[in-house]
Design a protein around this ligand. Structure first.
Ligand code: EPU
Length: 344
């Protein structure tokens, strides 16, 4: 028996790979070594080499939630695992999806194949594998509620693991994966979509769209979400950005009451923790940053929560602007803003 032939092929590697087209900010970054991960089986071997050589490493999915430095030393794993598999799970449909599949294409696929549920999450940039890490959410829905389990390589225990939904500890823009950085490499995500679908249009922007059509189809919601996002958020292909740059801050109710008294226009929502979630975009807007420019970077003109790269910007520029915003919001409202994308 030839043992060598049963070993998984080594991932394709690229020295000094330019990543300008692989991060939605469009930062001019170079990966010292990039490895294309096409199958989960390639991961243990490459991680062993990385550990032996004590190389720094990270995974890059769609590059839509990262701030890249000029050089990424060591190994950058490009997550390319593909494939979609469907099983019947009684009341639900179980859909197992490769971590490298494009998120929006997957959402469009679920609708074409009549598995509604994820339509509120249309047009979010990035990959399926990245979705559970920050528990992507939009228009009244978070991905965590549709996830049955996540399959990953655990670099600490050097083993493939399956974490069920509870073990993933999903919360607002948070998960067990985010709490344990540099530990898990997500290979597949297992979704459960309900066979008895119900429209979710309570989020203000969506409710407005459907004032005269209270029973929209999943396809109509998908199209409405695409329309709202296209209007409010810049297309990364046209102007570099990573979606919301800050999380919406969650503050104690007493602090909220005091703020509301001083700023009656304050926009907020009850959070499931019992505390209050403030609209960070509104806070930044009130400080006068909307549409402002600072060198090569700036604040988007239609949504103050989105920072943009006007072309030649760098990680340093965007973090400089972020610091000004954080200081202004802290000074005016006494509220701290936390940066949402990963700073690599
Ligand atoms: N607002 C302003 N001025 C602004 C921006 C917002 O007054 O410049 C106000 C809006 O009018 C609205 C409120 O703030 O009343 C909230 O704004 P919006 O509905 O646009 O949502 P958001 O809280 O700014 C969050 C998510 C988005 C997601 C939308 C829709 C976070 C950090 N961001 O934004 O997610 O698409 O809700 O559900 O939770 C992302 O994470 O990258 C992202 C785009």
């Amino acid at each position: 028996m030839n043992f060598a032939s049963s070993a998984p092929p080594s991932p394709k590697s690229h020295p000094n790979l330019g990543l300008k087209d692989r991060n939605t900010f469009g930062f001019d970054a170079t990966a010292q070594w990039a490895f294309e991960i096409d199958t989960a089986e390639q991961i243990p071997g490459i991680m062993q080499q990385i550990a032996e050589q004590k190389l720094p490493w990270r995974v890059l999915g769609g590059g839509s939630n990262v701030i890249l430095p000029k050089v990424l030393p060591g190994a950058t794993l490009l997550m390319n695992i593909s494939g979609i598999k469907v099983d019947d799970a009684g009341e639900f449909t179980r859909i197992t999806v490769g971590g490298g599949v494009n998120w929006h294409e997957f959402v469009a696929w679920t609708l074409e194949n009549n598995f509604p549920g994820l339509e509120n999450l249309a047009l979010i940039p990035g990959t399926v594998g990245a979705a559970p890490i920050q528990n992507i959410g939009a228009y009244g829905l978070e991905v965590g509620e549709f996830i049955e389990s996540v399959q990953a390589y655990d670099t600490k225990d050097q083993a493939f693991v399956t974490l069920n939904k509870d073990a993933c500890c999903f919360a607002y823009r948070d998960s067990y994966f985010k709490q344990n950085p540099q530990r898990f490499i997500v290979t597949k995500v297992v979704f459960k979509t309900p066979k008895h679908w119900q429209a979710r249009i309570h989020y203000a922007d969506l409710a407005k769209q459907f004032e005269s059509n209270p029973k929209p189809s999943a396809e109509e919601i998908f199209l409405a979400v695409c329309k709202i996002r296209t209007h409010k958020l810049p297309d990364p292909k046209v102007i570099g950005n990573a979606g919301s740059f800050f999380q919406n801050p969650i503050i104690p109710n007493e602090q909220y009451e005091t703020l509301l008294h001083k700023y009656p226009g304050l926009i907020s929502y009850p959070d499931r923790s019992g505390k209050r979630k403030l609209a960070a975009g509104w806070l930044i807007d009130q400080c006068g940053f909307k549409g402002q420019r600072m060198g090569h970077v700036g604040v988007y003109e239609n949504q103050a929560l989105v920072l943009v790269n006007h072309g030649e910007g760098t990680a340093q520029d965007i973090l400089g602007l972020a610091k000004c915003i954080q200081e202004a919001v802290r000074k005016e409202f006494g509220v701290s803003l936390e940066i949402e994308p990963n700073i690599l």
